[in-house]
Design a protein around this ligand. Sequence first.
Ligand SMILES: C[S@@+](CC[C@H](N)C(=O)[O-])C[C@H]1O[C@@H](n2cnc3c(N)ncnc32)[C@H](O)[C@@H]1O
Length: 311
Amino acid sequence: MPAKKPGAKRRPFRPRKFVRRAYDLLSTPLALFFLTYSRQVHDGYGMTWPKRMRLGYRFYRNFSKVQTGTNWRAHLVMAMKLLEIPPEVKGAVVECGCWRGGATVNLSLICEITGRELKVYDSFEGLPPPSPGDPIAARTFKNGFMPGMYGGALEEVTGNVRRYGAIDVCSFHKGWFKDTLPHHDGAIVLAFWDVDFYSSLHDCLLNLWPSIVDRGFVFLDEYRDVPYCSVFYSEKYWDKYFSCAPPGLIGIGTGVQVGMYYTDPSAGMGIPRIQGAESIAYCRKGDRSIWEYYPDEFENNPADPPMSAAT
Ligand SMILES: C[S@@+](CC[C@H](N)C(=O)[O-])C[C@H]1O[C@@H](n2cnc3c(N)ncnc32)[C@H](O)[C@@H]1O
């Protein structure tokens, strides 16, 4: 044991931090099992149980190596969904918003296993200045944040991926989304957008949604922010830009279940807490999320029989 330096202060005991860490340690083996349990994983990838466990453990380890705004459990959810997509369906994985590359390292590992390219888009200079009318950007900067927040330099990200991930499957695209994303080329089987602002999400949707393959996945980090996620339910938006019904979003509000211990959407906003709110939300291209039951209209349209009468 290293000798204590004379005069060195003892670290204060932080009960909340202790409980969080204890929960994380105790629940990790179970989380690994439940998150990697899936009968929908395609046989073509040869992902046996030991391989799944090893992958999950690497994700867990990388979480402590590279600073990230998202949890390794959320990365594992994405990896398992990618393994459901048959190898014969061509397409890349696209990450928009990588900061220091904490999710990039793990996504690159699953891309290496599945033989897919990982395209990473970011300014590598942090968040952009607020766009007019973007309420999230306005709120963020009102709270004291500056453009440039979450800035990870390209060299730092590539260095992290080289050390902890699979650099050979990656390509990096530096610049503001509005400038880089219109040049995106090729099909996408899975996208991960962790981009904070409305305007950035709109850039991603507008430029990348047409490239998402049928039944492809789009993952989002801002699952807690219901107004932000509501675009995935906006008939007006989807009709205007894509002439289709909105796809909806699984996990809106609380995220998908990754074995965390989270109940309160306001937790983390200045309120002391022990709950860790770290999950993810997603949609699949081809899903339809519109409310189409109008009882009054039905009464005037007896041609549509009620379900019970139709069966
Ligand atoms: C919260 S961080 C991403 C965290 C990362 N996904 C992780 O798991 O650690 C948001 C990222 O989005 C990028 N970003 C947001 N809006 C952007 C835009 N319009 N153009 C380029 N990059 C943008 C920022 O540079 C930043 O790296």
